[in-house]
Design a protein around this ligand. Structure first.
Ligand code: GDP
Length: 195
């Protein structure tokens, strides 16, 4: 994918704030610190477009990026913080639910998991949620540079089993550090964007 233009549109919480443009949209989900912002920056070839972990307020908003005037990439708030109250969990869930319900042009929700670890309970719940909405054909396993090629393959198989992924779903090992997996991710995203 040739990125001619990539811009940050804004951080939103409520459906009435979401952009009204009728363009295809791809959302990215995953626990905080999984490498979601790094992946967005890597995919778009921009160093600091998506703010990485530690940016105050970032975790509680839905962040929209417009690419080539043609589609949106959407960064969903990360989950899995240890210190999150029940109330915060609830409002996080509501935010995602509203988002999924509102976006008619949402083509795919990609789940990011850390290739080194078995999916957490939250990852499994999130994936089930995504699947139940009819998405989840693509899972990206981040930080692939931290494992050897053979360990990567082992973990991919494990993650696929633990998430109970269907046969037609794909896991792509990805590294923002080494910039590997980019082509494979774009190839699959393009299929959804052009469908
Ligand atoms: P987010 O919270 O999901 O947006 O995660 P970030 O993109 O902010 O990344 C969290 C941490 O993981 C940062 O310290 C990154 O430098 C690191 N990280 C992200 N992607 C990679 C990767 O592909 N390889 C390695 N080794 N570290 C990564």
């Amino acid at each position: 994918m040739k990125i001619k233009e990539a811009s940050f549109i804004g951080s939103f919480v409520k459906p009435e704030q979401f952009p009204e443009d009728i363009v295809p949209e791809i959302a990215l989900a995953g626990r905080s610190n999984v490498g979601k912002s790094s992946l967005i920056n890597t995919l778009l070839g921009r160093k600091k477009l998506a703010k990485t972990s530690g940016t105050p307020g970032k975790t509680r908003t839905i962040n929209f990026y417009r690419i080539n005037q043609h589609f949106f990439l959407v960064d969903l708030p990360g989950y899995g913080y240890a210190k999150v109250s029940k109330k915060e969990r609830h409002s996080w869930g509501k935010m995602i639910e509203n988002y999924l319900a509102e976006r008619e042009n949402l083509r795919e929700v990609v789940l990011l998991v850390d290739i080194r670890h078995d999916p957490s309970e939250d990852d499994r719940i999130m994936y089930e949620w995504i699947r139940n909405q009819g998405y989840g054909h693509l899972v990206v396993a981040t930080k692939a540079d931290k494992l050897s090629k053979s360990r990567q393959m082992q973990q991919i198989r494990r993650i696929k089993t633990k998430l109970a992924m269907p046969e037609d779903a794909t896991i792509i090992p990805f590294s923002s550090l080494k910039k590997t997996g980019m082509e494979a991710v774009w190839d699959l995203l393009k299929i959804h964007l052009e469908a």
